[in-house]
Structure formats: C-alpha cells, structure tokens
Design a protein. Structure first.
Length: 231
C-alpha cells in the first residue's frame, strides 16, 4: 500500500489552521498534515508595510524546516495558508525541489474559469492589494478577461480573533451586499472559509473558498484524484 502523503502547512494566522484542517478532513482524509505556525508574520508585515529581504529569509527558513518533515519522512508538498506573502512564497518555491502551493493560486485559477466578474473578499487589509495584483496577473497570463471588485470586510477579523465567529460571518455578509453583478464571491483568506455557508444562504452567487480549492489541487497533483465540485 502506498503510504499517505505528508503535506506541510505553514500558517501566519492561527485562524487559518481550523479551515484547512476541516478541508483536508472532508476532501482528503488520507493525507497526513503537519502544521507550522508563526503568528508574528502577519503582525510584522502590517508593521513594516511591505515585504523585505528579512521577511523572505524567514520564509525560506520555514519552508526548508517544513519540507524536512519528521526527518525520516519528508513532506511531499508545502502549502502556505497566509495570503499576503506571495513574493516570499515564490522564493520558497524556487528554493525547494517539491511542490509549493501559494494559498490562493488554486482558487484564483478556478475563479477565472467561472467568469470575468469576481468579487475578491478579504478581512486582512494588507492582503487586498497583493491579492488583487496576483489575480490580475494570473488572468493576464491565462489570457482571460477579469473585472475584480475588491471587498474588505471591516471588523470581521477582529471579531474572529476575539472569539466571535458569528460576528465575523455577519460582517462578511454585510460587506458583500450591494456589490452589483458578480459571477462569484472569492473568499481570499483561509480564515474566511467559515463565512461561506452564511454567504450562500444570503445570496445566490457561487462562493469559492481557498482551503477547498487548495486541497483539491494538491490531491489532483499527488494522486490524480479530484474531489467533486467545490462551489
């Protein structure tokens, strides 16, 4: 029997851990996941206002440590769940000889196949410009038109960090009202996945989450098995 693959998960927000664990449990329970959390990354990025060489060096260290696995059992892939660090993650991808997945690339690729009008929703302000640029660049590279409506759900992340999950979800639903015509709502952070049921109940547009999309892509790459539709 082929052993279950070990997937290293690197987090910058504690709130990202539960959503990706839930997605693996539901979509790929055979995979073995290993969590690595540095909760100072997001605070340091917010304080600095930009990614710098020191931050990229920290990501390289995290990536090498995570890829080593248990020593006896190395990781077969690395998935970052932190959405505001794209260039640093690309440096890790260039550094490691195994698949390294940015948190949003699977969801972004899927979103571009679903339609050109995309509402991109975040709760962490530094993520919004970085993810907007990343989605536009992916669209340009794929030759697909896209009209991005950026949405910042103000107060949602603070509510979640204070333990108020329902308050987080209400803030996200409120931020997604009156957006005009959209082909889908794209939840750009792993911590936002918990708001998907409330959003689906409040409106009739497809809602795409990053954890489900990432697990689906990793499973397809490593086993050839694709879970059912995720919207």
């Amino acid at each position: 029997m082929t052993p279950a693959p070990r997937i290293a998960l690197i987090h910058a927000l504690p709130e990202s851990v539960a959503p990706i664990r839930e997605a693996f449990a539901r979509l790929w329970p055979e995979a073995r996941t290993a969590d690595l959390l540095d909760a100072s990354l997001s605070a340091d990025l917010a304080a600095a206002g930009r990614l710098d060489a020191a931050m990229t060096a920290r990501f390289l260290t995290l990536g090498r440590y995570a890829a080593a696995g248990s020593g006896a059992v190395p990781a077969q892939a690395v998935l970052f769940t932190c959405s505001a660090f794209g260039p640093a993650i690309e440096a890790v991808r260039a550094d490691l000889p195994l698949p390294v997945l940015r948190p949003n690339e699977a969801a972004f690729a899927r979103a571009l196949q679903m339609g050109p009008h995309v509402a991109l929703v975040v709760t962490f302000p530094p993520s919004l410009p970085a993810l907007t640029v990343e989605l536009q660049q992916m669209a340009d590279a794929a030759g697909r038109p896209v009209r991005i409506t950026p949405v910042l759900a103000e107060g949602a992340l603070a509510a979640l960090q204070a333990g108020d999950g329902p308050g987080h979800d209400r803030a996200v639903v409120a931020a997604c009202r009156d957006l005009g015509p959209q082909d889908l709502l794209l939840l750009g952070q792993f911590s936002l996945a918990r708001a998907a049921p409330a959003l689906r109940a409040a409106q009739d547009r497809p809602v795409l989450t990053t954890p489900d999309s990432a697990v689906s892509l990793l499973r397809a790459r490593l086993t050839g098995q694709v879970p059912p539709d995720l919207t």
